[in-house]
Structures are given as C-alpha cells and as structure tokens.
Design a protein around this ligand. Structure first.
Ligand SMILES: Nc1nc2c(c(=O)[nH]1)N[C@H]1C(S)=C(S)[C@@H](COP(=O)(O)OP(=O)(O)OC[C@H]3O[C@@H](n4cnc5c(=O)[nH]c(N)nc54)[C@H](O)[C@@H]3O)O[C@H]1N2
Ligand SMILES: Nc1nc2c(c(=O)[nH]1)N[C@H]1C(S)=C(S)[C@@H](COP(=O)(O)OP(=O)(O)OC[C@H]3O[C@@H](n4cnc5c(=O)[nH]c(N)nc54)[C@H](O)[C@@H]3O)O[C@H]1N2
Ligand code: SF4
Ligand SMILES: [Mo]
Length: 708
C-alpha cells in the first residue's frame, strides 16, 4: 500500500502549525508535524493529532438536521436553506430587523469560509444584535488599538524571538500555544528567551509557563492595572522616557502619565500582593533590557480592568522605547492586511443594547447582554438566533440563563458540526464539511504572527456532492434569506478566487501561484517596524490619552481597592494543552488519562474550610452554584481558586458520546453577566468572587446572596 502525504496548516489554534497528513488509499491514517514548514519546523501538539478523531467522529453531524419535537431529522440542503431563509425573513417582518440575533464563536476565525463569508450574510440581516466570542476574549486589546492607533487590529505583537526580556501577564502559552502571538513551537522559543535573557510571568497561578520562566510572581486577580501603574510610576523615577523613535508622532503622553500619578504605590502593593521592592526590580530590568517585550492575554483581558491594563502595557512599551522596535512589540505587516483602506477600523457606542444600554464595539454588542435581549419583552426583543461555530451555553457568562432563553426563541439556526449544549436547542443545524476540504488562508493569524509568514492551504481531499463548505452555506443562506425578505443579494466567489484577489489587493507581488508552488508556506522574515506609517487615528498620531480610557481610571481608583468579601475566594480560569475551549472533549485521544476538570485550591484554603482534598465541593457565586471535585494545589496563590471552562457535557439531548463520559461543571454556570470591563463591555470572567464548601455541607451555611 502506498502512503501519500499532503500538507496543510492546523486549523485548531492560533499557532497554525504546518502538518503532514498521511493517506493510504485516500484514507487519512496519520498526522505529523511538517518539518519543511519554515515557521513551525515540525511542531505538533496532541490536538493536531486529534484531527484524526475529529475527522472520523461518529457523532459529527454530516447532513442538515431539522428539529421535530425532541428529535432531529435529516433534510436536504435545499430544504434547509429555504426553511432558514423563510423563518428569518418572517420573524424580521413581524418583529423588526433586530429580532434576529447572531453569535459567532471562536472557530470562525480559523476558517476562511466563515471569516470572509459570514459578514455579507450578517450585513444583509441589518440587525444590531450581533455578538461573538470576542467579547469574552480580546475586546480590551481591540478597544485599545482602536483608541491609540486608530484601528482595532493594529496590534503590536511581542517579538519573542528577538527580545532580551519579556514581561508576561495573564497568559499561559505553554498550554494555550500562544494567543494574539502566533508562534508555533512556542515552548522552544520561550526556552531560548530564558537562555539568552529573562522571561517574567505574573499570574495568580504558577502555571506551566511560569514553570519554565526565569521568574514567577503571584498577583491578586483583577489587580494588574494597578501593578502596571506602579511600574510606570517607577520607570519615571528610574530614567527618562525613550521617545526618540516616536518623535512628532506621540500625542498626550504627558497627560497619560499625569493621569496615573495620584495612585498610591503602597496601597497598590497591598492590593496586588506585589511589594514595592519587587516592582522596582521589574521596572529596573525592563528599563535596562536592550530589547523588551510586554504581553498580557486572556487573564489580563477578561477581568474588570482589562482595557486599562492593555493600555498601560502600551504606555510601558512606549516609555521604554520598545513599541514598534525589533525585540519589542511590533505589528505584523501581513501581506493581506486587516488594516488600511476598506477595512473595519472599529467604532464605539454607535448604538447601545436595548435592555442594559451597553455600547456596541466594532458593530457588535457584548455577549453578556444576549440572554437578557432574548428574555426581556418589548420592541426589538430577540426572537431568533443564528449561531456559527459557537457554544455560548458553556462559553459565555451565566450560560444557564442563556440556555433557558434559547428555549424561548421562535427560531434558532446553528451552523455547527456537533449537537452540543448550545446547538441541541436549534430548530435547524447546518453542518459544514471539514474545513480541511476547502481552500484556506489565515487572514487573522498571519497578521498576528511573530514572524512575517504566508501560506495557502489547499484541500486535502475533494468535497463530496452531498457536502457543503462554510462559504457555500453562507452564500446559500444569504441568497435564501434575501429572496424571502425581498432584498438584493450577490454571492461571493470561491475561496480560491477571494484569496487571489486579497493577495493582489495587498500589493506584495506574491501571487496565489507563488503560494501554490510553496505548499509548506513562505517565510518573509522577522517583524519590522511599521506602526508609525500605518496609524489610522484622526490626528495621525499615537493617541496616548484617549478619553474613554482616562474616564475609567476613576472606576479603577474606587473599585479596584475594594476588599473581597470575608471568606470568599477569587475564581480564575485555566487551559490544558489537550483542550480547545468547550468543543474538543469528544476526541478520545484528548480525554485519556488523568482528570482535568477539578477546582484547584491552595491546601491552606482547604484546611481553613475543613475541606478534604478530592471531595466534591459546592462553588457559589452571586449567580448560582456548581458542584465539582476539588484538588489541592500549592501552585495557586492563597485566596484564589482555579477552574477550567468548557466542561459539563452530560446535558440531555446532546450527541457527544466521548465528552459525556467526563466529569466536570461549567465555569460559566456561575460567571456573572453584570461583571464587565467598562470601556469595552468585555466579560470579566476572571476574578469572580465565590464561596466554596464541601458539597456534603447543608446549603444554608453559605452566605446569603443579599450580603454579597
Ligand atoms: N469561564 C471562561 N469562559 C470562557 C473562557 C475562559 O477562559 N473562561 N474563554 C473564552 C474564550 S477566549 C473564547 S474564544 C470563547 C469560545 O467560545 P465559543 O466559540 O462560543 O466556544 P467553543 O467552545 O470554541 O465552541 C466552538 C463551537 O464550534 C463548533 N465547531 C467546531 N468545529 C467547527 C467547524 O469546523 N465548523 C463549524 N461551523 N463549527 C465548528 C463546535 O462544535 C462548538 O459548538 O470562550 C470564552 N469563555
Ligand atoms: N490547549 C488549549 N489551547 C487554547 C485554548 C484552549 O482552550 N485550550 N483556547 C484558545 C483561545 S480561544 C484563547 S483566547 C487562548 C488564550 O490563551 P492564554 O491567554 O494563554 O490563556 P490561558 O491559558 O487561559 O491563560 C490565562 C492565564 O491568566 C491567568 N489569570 C487569570 N486571572 C488573572 C489575573 O487577574 N491577572 C493575571 N495576571 N493573570 C490571570 C490564569 O491563571 C492563566 O494562567 O488559548 C487558545 N489556545
Ligand atoms: S499547537 Fe495549535 S496549531 Fe499546532 S498542532 Fe497544536 S492545535 Fe494545531
Ligand atoms: Mo479565545
């Protein structure tokens, strides 16, 4: 039997590793890291291998499903599109455009057929109720880039291969593989950094990255903005700002520095748990390092002061002369750009959510508002929901309430490949064929990579007659809906044509034929300074003191110092190398071995509550409670508990045979939709106040909700 190899980037995480797919008689039999990929150089993680499970998964939905009572029945694609188009148009006709909402989940960003095709369909709907996983993730980054540099995606990336020092907060790339920092084989890169310089990790948990880092420092959840203020104050005492590189391009830097001058460093030390001597040492190292990168991710964004923290990181990079400099933080000038003329710069507050009045950002509303927009009667109430590659029941605040809300909808359409906690509520499920059968170009992750790279991904196998790619689904939905709603519609050309046009528009001289001739991808070299010529602010300058951010300093001053209620803990999330948010627990390869769902607590916190290691505990927030096994762990700061999200797959009506064998509870059953980072509207998932006690204890011993 002959083996044949085909090459393609992995679609599962931001690292976009090149993979080698080995076929025998057109059957996928093995997956390896592609040693010839100049960027990933053969790297693969357990998830890359689990593509074998995903492709063969008997639970995977492969034909359109329409709900009949509590069952789903297979229908044809034509029937499915016509049904969807008619229902969406009819509901809008009766209740107005905003009565149809949409939620886009994380995998959309990994599929060209979604990211490049969903927007046209959504625009045709003309609804203001568009939501996505961005508002439980990276909105603070986008709001800061939009405010300071004039474009939501003009995002400086840590140049990890060339820095001598890196300050990392709220990230765990050893498990997540890196985020807003595409860097395949990141473990090697970080170890190289530790060998030539210093990596300092600031995190309430001594996470897997802290373990390989030069230094780890605990911080109280939610207090990073205060620490960064103390750092910036200290830098000013150490030496002058290195602003030569930004001459004539900086606006209001002095105003920004003055705005944080009144914060008391002693009080900050009490709140963060990081003493002033430690702050001075970090500041001195940062200032002395020839090239230093600063980086904050999930743990920094999804907390009460995420936007301020991201802004302060940019100011620190400017102060130390590391913004837009090799070895510092530098945007990637990808050959198909997310910025520039004709792209979506972003806007803020152009409209507000109906119930709570939350501001839109870049055309979307915070997903924390979705359940209330469905449940609250009145004009503009959401009556229909479209989900695309999203599982908001497990991924967004108070998922239980959202789950109840989904039951009350008049119509729900899910573009998804599983019947899971969210899609089981759909009236219609449209399953795209494996994205590996489609042309793909990483619009997003090439633009957030630590090197300048490009690659075209060609189909691994031909698409069968009964299969539909994401792009075909969005095109057909648009056509069916517009016909029913009597609106004009033009379908977009194929991904191959769209990618070719994108390359032409990018003006790099690289054509689609060049990319076809380089199946392992092309390396275009290290990051190069480019931010100053790409600024899209109205002033044409770096806006160091945007009013949206300065206004939030008052909230920081009043709220960030508030003591946590007595005997409470602060809950934070974590990721495991074998997980992918909520949806890869159905891959048998990934769920083998030790359990990974437990609540981690410090042994002293267990002892103080008389809780024995390993028992089931009740974790209660202002929103509700969950029961989950506890595990003693001295890698956690005292007063902090850690729980991964994306568990609890035993809900009735799902079709997740392997995932349903797992124990675990959903973090988002107790996360709070009212806890928001104010300027962005991003959910503050981390730092959630909870009480923990043995599940065997009677409920009444928990503090009354009214006291919280
Ligand atoms: N408590 C807590 N909550 C969190 C987080 C946290 O750290 N803590 N993290 C947040 C973050 S960063 C994110 S990005 C969100 C993620 O939030 P979501 O994107 O809503 O959730 P996922 O678990 O990624 O769900 C992905 C969905 O895509 C489907 N899917 C998989 N492959 C395909 C495909 O090829 N095509 C289609 N159409 N569908 C597919 C899966 O079946 C699943 O329904 O969760 C957020 N929620
Ligand atoms: N294996 C795996 N890889 C993934 C994913 C996955 O689910 N599994 N999800 C993907 C997605 S969608 C994303 S967005 C990325 C996220 O990638 P990362 O940002 O690296 O996310 P996490 O691994 O959740 O790391 C967040 C860290 O923040 C810490 N933290 C929590 N609260 C605070 C705080 O208040 N301050 C500070 N300083 N730290 C805090 C946590 O302890 C944790 O170590 O990962 C991606 N990659
Ligand atoms: S690190 Fe990410 S891109 Fe690379 S193989 Fe693993 S899941 Fe795929
Ligand atoms: Mo994410």
């Amino acid at each position: 039997m002959s083996r044949l190899s085909r090459f393609r980037a992995c679609p599962l995480c931001e690292a976009i590793c090149g993979l080698e797919f080995q076929y025998e008689d057109e059957r996928l039999v093995a997956i390896r890291g592609d040693a010839a990929d100049p960027f990933s150089q053969g790297h693969i993680c357990p998830k890359g291998n689990a593509i074998l499970d995903l492709e063969a998964d008997p639970d995977r939905v492969r034909k359109p499903l329409r709900r009949r009572g509590t069952e789903f029945e297979e229908i044809s694609w034509d029937e499915a599109f016509a049904f969807a188009g008619e229902r969406l148009a009819a509901i809008q006709h009766e209740n107005g455009a905003n009565s149809v909402a949409a939620y886009l989940g994380n995998p959309n960003a990994h599929h060209f057929g979604s990211i490049a095709y969903a927007p046209a369909f959504l625009r045709a709907l003309k609804s203001r109720n568009i939501f996505s996983a961005s508002s439980v993730d990276q909105w603070p980054h986008q709001v800061v880039m939009w405010s300071m540099y004039g474009h939501q995606f003009l995002l400086p990336i840590p140049d990890i291969d060339h820095c001598d020092y890196m300050l990392m907060l709220g990230a765990n790339p050893m498990a997540s593989m890196g985020s807003l920092m595409t860097a395949p084989g990141i473990a090697k890169r970080l170890k190289a950094l530790c060998a030539r310089g210093k990596l300092v990790v600031i995190d309430p948990r001594r996470n897997e990255t802290a373990e390989i880092a030069s230094e780890h420092i605990f911080i109280r959840p939610g207090s990073d903005a205060l620490l960064l203020i103390a750092l910036l104050q200290t830098l000013q005492r150490i030496g002058p700002a290195r602003l030569d590189h930004y001459a004539g391009k900086l606006k209001d830097f002095d105003i920004a520095l003055a705005s944080i001058a009144h914060f008391d460093s002693e009080l900050i030390a009490v709140r963060t748990g990081i003493g002033t001597a430690q702050v001075e040492r970090i500041a001195a190292d940062l200032y002395a390092a020839p090239r230093a990168a600063v980086y904050g991710r999930m743990g920094l964004s999804t907390q009460m002061f995420g936007t301020l923290a991201q802004w302060l990181l940019q100011l620190i990079a400017i102060y130390t002369g590391n913004l837009d400099q090799p070895g510092g933080i530098v945007p990637n000038d990808a050959i198909i750009s997310l910025t520039g003329p004709g792209t979506a710069r972003g806007h803020h507050g152009a409209w507000r959510s109906r119930v709570r009045g939350l501001a839109e950002f870049a055309g979307e509303l915070p997903v924390s508002a979705l359940a209330e927009e469905i449940l609250t009667p009145g004009e503009g109430q959401v009556r229909a929901l479209i989900t695309s590659a999203g599982n908001p029941v497990l991924s967004t605040p108070n998922g239980r309430a959202l789950e109840g809300a989904l039951e009350s909808l008049d119509f729900m359409l899910s573009i998804d490949v599983y019947i899971n906690e969210t899609t089981r509520h759909a009236d219609l499920i449209l399953p795209p064929v494996s994205s590996l059968t489609q042309h793909h170009y990483d619009l997003i992750f090439n633009a957030f990579a630590v090197r300048r790279v490009t690659r075209l991904n060609t189909p691994l196998r031909a698409q069968a007659e009964h299969e539909r790619g994401d792009w075909e689904i969005f095109n057909a939905l648009g056509a069916a809906y517009c016909e029913a709603a009597n609106k004009p519609w033009t379908s977009l050309p194929s991904p191959e044509q769209m990618i070719a046009a994108g390359l032409k528009h990018g003006g790099s001289d690289i054509t689609i034929d060049d990319l076809k001739a380089a199946p392992h991808g092309i390396d275009l070299g290290p990051l190069q300074p480019n931010l100053l010529t790409r600024l899209q602010t109205e002033s044409g300058l770096i806006e160091c003191a945007p009013s949206l951010l300065l206004e939030d300093l008052a909230r920081l001053a009043s709220d960030a110092f508030a003591p946590a209620p007595g005997d409470s803990l602060q809950l934070i999330g974590r990721r495991d190398i074998r997980s992918n948010n909520s949806w890869m627990h159905n891959a048998p390869r990934l769920i083998k071995g030790k359990p990974r769902h437990q609540l981690l607590m410090h042994p002293d916190d267990l002892a103080a509550r008389g809780i024995v290691d390993g028992v089931d505990v009740r974790v209660r927030s202002a929103i509700g409670s969950i029961t989950v096994a506890v595990k003693s762990c001295d890698d956690l700061m005292r007063g902090v508990a850690s729980l991964p999200h994306g568990f609890d797959h035993r809900r009735a009506g799902t079709r997740l045979t392997s995932a349903a064998t797992l124990d675990g509870a959903s973090y988002n059953d107790i996360s709070d939709p009212a806890a928001l980072d104010a300027p962005s509207g991003n959910a503050a998932l981390n730092g959630l106040i909870v009480w923990v006690e043995a599940a065997a204890t009677p409920l009444k011993s928990m503090p009354a909700l009214a006291t919280q």
